[in-house]
Design a protein around this ligand. Structure first.
Ligand code: GLU
Length: 417
């Protein structure tokens, strides 16, 4: 089998969507490639006094619609093709929800759980110094992603500020509240998932109480989505983290599981007679109405797609479904709500945070959540309507919305020089 390459996945969907709306390759040629790729070698003094070197990246896919925006990932599998794909997906995501950003992504090939807090801080500060020339509130604004959090963002903000000589809140989003973060940002991606799920249920004429959901991934996004969807009345029948999964066909005790994973526990250690221990695969293939992959890319493979027992997939991770799996799901009449729409809640509230930083204002949580709802709801309607009008899958429809917005911006700006 050929090695999975997420960037090839992006290019294939881009080509399919462009073709579906009658766009010629020369009209979208430029958005096939990132504008800029930076590879950095990051030396870190470890606690034992030795120096260890890590590979880091920052890829800027597009600046056509505004400054670049996108998270920074710390994970042992980070590589240039993954970062390129994630950067391109950010441009498309920001275009789908129509916020004035292009897309970027960064990453360091490291398993952050193997580092002490001091090592993590030194790694983050050195990486920030090395990408300093290309980031900034008007240039490229990082944010959290898999393996990074508010503390990491605070260090980035501080390093950037110390190097600049004054405090620059707007250089990064997803910070702690005390240093310019926004209310509602930690829950934003999960809240966005809840919003689009409710919109989708409304379209299908289903009530939350009648719906069973399985969620792969109990990080910030998966756990928040589980909590908010359970609060809406949905039955969460299966959940998984890196260590394994839990299943109960009548619904799991989500508040209890939420508290358990927030306390940094692994599901394999969760003990409850009403929760059966199952494997990650059993969670992906559990009988349910909605499957929510909320971990990494390449999870719903062709093999898994043949075995899933859901009516719909709502993608909370970036790129969880391969192109082959997408085709199998389509043949099986399983609806897919794509990542670039459904997981955009995070970057929408990042935008709210950045706007507050630039204006030195603080919004209350209700203002943030109301804006998030409005933006997600409008984006959902745009994608839904375009899909119905042109008989497209939601994925191709979302890509089509994004391609048109990015290419129109490019055309209006014209080519320099
Ligand atoms: N890492 C998140 C994503 O993939 C958030 C990006 C941001 O807020 O800039 O959408």
């Amino acid at each position: 089998m050929e090695k999975y390459n997420p960037y090839d996945n992006f290019l294939k969907v881009l080509a399919d969507a462009a073709q579906a709306i009658g766009m010629k390759e020369e009209d979208y040629e430029l958005i096939k490639y990132p504008e800029r790729e930076l590879k950095v070698t990051v030396p870190v003094r470890m606690d034992d006094g030795k120096i260890k070197v890590f590979d880091g990246y920052r890829v800027q896919h597009s600046t056509s619609r505004g400054p670049c925006k996108g998270g920074i990932r710390y994970h042992q599998d980070v590589n240039i093709d993954e970062v390129k794909a994630l950067a391109a997906w950010m441009s498309f995501k920001c275009a789908v929800v129509n916020i004035p950003y292009g897309g970027a992504k960064g990453g360091i090939k490291v398993n952050p759980s193997t580092l002490s807090k001091g090592e993590l801080e030194r790694l983050t500060r050195r990486y920030t110094a090395m990408i300093f020339p290309i980031i900034g509130p008007e240039k490229d604004i990082p944010a959290p992603d898999v393996g990074t959090n508010a503390q990491v963002m605070d260090w980035i903000m501080d390093t950037y500020s110390m190097t600049s000589g004054y405090t620059v809140h707007g250089v990064v989003t997803g910070k702690s509240l005390e240093v310019g973060g926004s209310l509602g940002r930690p829950e934003a991606t999960g809240r966005g998932i809840m919003i689009v799920t409710m919109k989708m249920l409304e379209k299908c004429g289903k009530k939350p109480e009648d719906v069973k959901i399985s969620i792969q991934g109990m990080g910030n996004v998966g756990a928040t989505a589980a909590k908010l969807l359970a609060e809406k009345g949905c039955k969460i029948v299966a959940v998984a983290d890196v260590s394994g999964g839990l299943y109960n066909e009548d619904g799991l005790d989500i508040p209890k599981i939420y508290a358990f994973v927030k306390a940094k526990n692994l599901l394999k250690d969760y003990k409850d007679k009403d929760a059966k221990q199952v494997t990650n695969k059993e969670v992906l293939t559990a009988p349910c109405d909605i499957l929510i992959p909320a971990a990494l890319e390449n999870q719903i493979t062709a093999e898994i797609a043949k075995e899933v027992k859901c009516g719909m997939v709502i993608e909370a991770a970036n790129g969880p479904t391969t192109v082959e799996a997408d085709e199998i799901l389509a043949k099986r009449n399983i609806t897919v709500l794509p990542d670039i729409l459904s997981n955009a809640g995070g970057v929408v509230v990042s935008y709210c945070e950045w706007v507050q930083n630039l204006q030195s204002l603080t919004w209350d949580e209700n203002d943030v959540n109301t804006t998030l709802y409005k933006v997600m709801s409008r984006a959902f309607d745009d994608v839904y309507n375009k899909a119905k009008e042109n008989n497209l899958s939601y994925r191709l429809s979302a890509y089509a919305v994004a391609i048109e917005r990015i290419c129109t911006a490019k055309k209006k700006r014209g080519l320099f020089p």
